[in-house]
Ligand binder design. Structure first.
Ligand code: CA
Length: 430
């Protein structure tokens, strides 16, 4: 496949595009000017209407089967087809949108300005699971609560996770209503009820499940990558004060389920292939993964080098035309477990995964200041406020604040790609 940095598209604004050059070709569900939901491919600042291209007769064979499965306003059926269908579609799209395409005249009217389109969730999400594989986040947060023993003893054996809430996952751009709930004010013994006062973001990689498994069967780690359809950014908004009061003994509940935001484009495993890397070696003294989680190919190629960024834009910063403030710059290299290990572990007990299920990686922080993937870590639980150019300070998010997640893949000799944005603005509690 043509992933080289020099491959160009006849869609001029795609060449050198920050997120969506020819080498990316992520899929999403969009609507244009009030029309129904349909599948599109991001190319530069445009969206190619795949259904229009199908009707125009531009696909046959496996690629046609793949595009037919993208109809109906959700990609679940397409995800279920697995890798071969994705690859057939990608190869055809590289021909159609490549600079030597013979079909430019037919395709031009099928390219819609992204700014005129609304993006939706790419799939109907049956189940959402949030992992906790960002080891630096686990250590940073653990240190706040247990300075001498930040990591619990299971962490290096078990890809820790919990079942999240699928019904309140929304695409980028959806407002985030400040949740209300029970909190235990400092020094009190009985809780209060009211708006969350410690609202936070969590920077995560989202993982879209492709082909599932039958209940009672498990997905071997060596095959697990085949069950992943693609990736997105995920903001696992968190109400820290509600969380602190409710989380023991069963884990987060209402502190996380009010909304989670995803970037709407599904960046495929094929587009990310050049940015795979070896899983970092475990520190001396750490246990090896149990055999059901260990595969040599996965260890050699199962990690990713994806730069992750969080930006904050307050209302006052918008009024003053100030640029967004970078809160976080981290990388997927802080994942203690690979995505294949997450899939293998999730299904090892016979739990059924289905096409369109969503995983969150867990917050992906680095070890150093500037790399922390949540305000909880950046402000040390609210003790060290962030100073902004507007003269404001932030311990946690305030109404009107907008949080923007971005991802970028960069490697010599390969065209850089991005994920598009994952945005959300806090609106007051009701
Ligand atoms: Ca999380």
């Amino acid at each position: 496949m043509n992933q080289s940095a020099t491959a160009r598209s006849w869609v001029e604004h795609a060449n050198g595009h920050r997120d969506f050059p020819l080498q990316n070709l992520p899929l999403g569900i969009f609507s244009h000017q009030g029309q129904g939901k349909r599948c599109g491919v991001a190319i530069g600042d445009a969206i190619l209407d795949l259904e229009g291209a199908l009707v125009a007769g531009l696909f046959d064979g496996h690629a046609r089967v793949a595009v037919e499965a993208t109809r109906g306003g959700a990609l679940n059926a397409f995800f279920a087809l697995g890798r071969s269908a994705r690859v057939a579609l990608r190869e055809r799209l590289l021909e159609l949108l490549g600079e030597h395409s013979e079909h430019q005249a037919v395709l031009k009217p099928l390219l819609l300005d992204s700014a005129e389109c609304q993006l939706h969730l790419p799939a109907q999400i049956g189940d959402y699971t949030d992992f906790y594989v960002g080891i630096e986040h686990a250590k940073n947060v653990g240190k706040l609560f247990r300075p001498d023993n930040p990591l619990l003893p299971n962490y290096k054996y078990v890809p820790i996770g919990y079942h999240g809430r699928a019904s309140t996952i929304r695409p980028s751009g959806t407002d985030v209503r400040r949740p209300k709930g029970q909190t235990l004010p400092a020094g009190q013994t009985e809780p209060s009820f009211g708006p969350c006062a410690r609202l936070d973001y969590e920077l995560e990689l989202g993982i879209w499940i492709g082909q599932g498994n039958e209940m009672g069967e498990s997905i071997p780690v060596a095959e697990a990558a085949e069950h992943i359809a693609g990736f997105c950014l995920l903001n696992d908004w968190s109400a820290r004060d509600i969380q602190a009061w409710e989380y023991q003994p069963l884990g987060p509940f209402l502190s996380k389920s009010f909304i989670s935001t995803v970037s709407p484009w599904v960046v495929t495993a094929e587009a990310l292939a050049p940015f795979r890397c070896a899983q970092p070696a475990r520190p001396e003294g750490d246990p090896q993964p149990l055999s059901y989680l260990l595969d040599s190919h996965d260890q050699a190629t199962g990690a990713f080098d994806i730069e992750l960024e969080v930006l904050l834009l307050t209302e006052r910063m918008r009024e003053q035309n100030l640029p967004a403030h970078r809160l976080t710059l981290s990388n997927t290299s802080s994942m203690y477990w690979t995505v294949a290990q997450m899939v293998a572990h999730h299904s090892v007990n016979g739990c059924q995964l289905q096409p369109g299920d969503l995983f969150g990686s867990g917050t992906l922080s680095g070890a150093l200041p500037g790399q922390f993937g949540s305000l909880l870590e950046i402000t040390q639980g609210g003790k060290e406020p962030v100073q902004l150019a507007s003269g404001e300070v932030r311990k946690f998010l305030e109404d009107g604040d907008e949080v923007i997640l971005r991802a970028r893949c960069v490697r010599d000799g390969v065209a850089s790609i991005g994920f598009g944005e994952c945005r959300g603005t806090i609106v007051p509690a009701r």
